[in-house]
Design a protein around this ligand. Structure first.
Ligand SMILES: [Zn+2]
Length: 517
């Protein structure tokens, strides 16, 4: 009897819990599906000793805290120049990095130290539709599959609050990694549309190469990296001045001299920095491991000295993401489409990637390689074009080669729903992106790159006028710069044209001088 009573009680309680959900779900008739933004790395703060007097934000740290922690590096660097004692400098540097980031490390099961907590996100309003978007952030260190479980709970809360069963998702950068894990765990039954913006769906070379110790700083790449970031300043005249300054310093050989010093540091301290900072801290974070592309993964596990006994739990998490999520990207995306979810992929290109690793020539959005964000495009190195005799790899009846001949999209997993934005800096958007995304969100049917004249597969980003143009064909550097200035009249593009002209003159004079001598 007691047993029956407890069963009845349990059923009643279960219904009591479920009823509000039933009552709320699907009862809003506004016709506007709520939008959820699955944010990028760093969206959720990671906090040490929260609620105590020692509370400190570990990520992203306040500039003030970073300066305080790095203060001892300055006298040590001065001493290094005088004594050339790299080991002594290394002691100070490594202590500082461990002080700043050491507590971020996860244990052998991929769990956080209990003293370190992270910001939790919950939808806080029932208002939806229009320009409104719910914001989902998370602790970037953790296994993206665990984060996907949190996202699932978050979407339930959104459904309850809004009275809509379905959502639309925009995932930015690492948000795409979380979203792919979500698809692997739950499918996309209640998701109408997903836009993946600059997401490392197949990884990013900077993570793969760092985790294989392929550390390298290239001067030209560093200069281009600085220059590529300038349009994001949204202060055109200042951008042009900074551009000219960087070019002048480069011509004067300043960067060569600086990098000579950095080279000394790399040669003398690389092994110690890996063994004493990178491996014990960043090598334990599944979030960072999810960025490692397949060709770097197994060798990376070896290089980062993952221990199959003491770190078995962590390795199981890494392997699940790598082989069951990243490794099944095509299956997951095509499966989502088959279940009626519209999938859109947006990748940036022609930006200089992080100039710290050997893969610095890969075209990218500055952070994620175009080939990985687009799930498989064939890309020529930055600044160069596919060879003249190159023919499109697949689907020869449809044109998938960019007008500037930098990209062949035919090798993408979803070539017909993958867009390429030239000169788009990683996760840096303007109103033009908003209008584009709204157009995609508004369509019930899956749109393709052939459906909208204003949004062709290859679009030139214009941060000044906050819009896009079709990518133009290329001829020679001067004419291309001139055309660019004509399309997007800005001080920055003017400075670029002047630089190209000057460089051409210098090259011409130099060549003739050499021939004459
Ligand atoms: Zn509604």
């Amino acid at each position: 009897m007691k047993r029956i009573l407890s069963v009845v009680l349990a059923v009643v309680m279960a219904f009591a819990v479920m009823v509000p959900g039933f009552a709320a779900a699907g009862n809003c008739t506004c016709g506007e599906t709520p939008t959820v933004y699955v944010a990028a790395l760093g969206s959720g703060s990671v906090i040490l000793d929260e609620g105590t007097e020692n509370e400190r934000v570990l990520f992203r740290p306040e500039t003030e805290d970073i300066l305080k922690i790095l203060l001892p590096v300055v006298p040590a660097a001065v001493q290094l120049v005088a004594t050339k004692d790299y080991d002594k400098f290394g002691d100070v540097l490594i202590d500082c990095v461990n002080e700043a980031f050491g507590m971020l490390a996860l244990d052998g099961d991929g769990n956080s130290d209990p003293r370190v907590t992270s910001e939790q996100f919950h939808p806080d309003t029932a208002e939806h539709g229009g320009d409104r978007s719910y914001y989902f952030g998370y602790d970037f260190r953790m296994d993206p599959v665990e984060t996907a479980r949190k996202l699932h709970a978050y979407l339930d809360e959104v459904a309850e609050l809004t009275g809509h069963d379905d959502v639309k998702i925009r995932a930015s950068s690492m948000g795409g990694v979380v979203m792919m894990s979500y698809i692997r765990l739950y499918g996309t039954k209640n998701i109408e549309t997903i836009i993946f913006q600059n997401c490392p769906l197949l990884g990013t070379a900077v993570a793969g190469e760092l985790f294989n110790g392929l550390f390298e700083i290239n001067k030209d790449a560093l200069v281009r990296y600085a220059e590529c970031a300038l349009p994001a300043l949204e202060m055109d005249f200042l951008s042009a001045v900074l551009y000219a300054l960087v070019e002048a310093l480069d011509a004067a050989g300043v960067f060569d001299a600086l990098l000579g010093m950095v080279d000394g540091l790399i040669v003398n301290l690389k092994d110690r920095v890996f063994d004493e900072c990178l491996i014990p801290i960043f090598g334990t974070l599944p979030g960072i491991w999810s960025f490692v592309p397949d060709e770097y993964y197994e060798s990376g596990k070896e290089f980062m000295k993952l221990d199959p006994t003491t770190q078995a739990g962590l390795i199981a998490k890494l392997d699940f993401y790598h082989y069951e999520v990243q490794g099944k990207a095509e299956q997951l995306l095509r499966g989502a489409q088959a279940d009626g979810t519209n999938i859109y992929i947006v990748a940036g290109y022609n930006m200089q990637r992080t100039p710290l690793v050997s893969a610095y020539m890969e075209t990218s959005d500055g952070t994620v390689d175009t080939k990985y964000a687009s799930c498989g495009a064939t890309c020529d190195p930055i600044g160069s074009q596919l060879p003249e005799d190159y023919t499109q790899a697949r689907f020869n009846d449809i044109d998938y080669i960019s007008p500037d001949r930098m990209i062949d999209a035919s090798t993408c997993m979803l070539p017909e729903c993958t867009w390429f934005v030239k000169d788009m800096l990683h996760s840096t958007t303007h109103d033009g992106h908003g209008v584009f995304y709204d157009t995609l969100f508004a369509s019930e049917e899956q749109l393709t790159v052939f459906d909208m004249e204003e949004y062709p597969q290859f679009m030139q980003n214009d941060t000044i006028n906050q819009t896009f143009y079709p990518v133009a064909e290329l001829s020679n550097p001067i004419e291309d710069s001139f055309n660019m200035l004509e399309t997007i009249p800005s001080f920055l593009n003017f400075a670029k044209l002047v630089t190209v002209v000057l460089e051409t003159i210098v090259d011409f004079v130099f060549k003739n001088l050499v021939t004459a001598l």
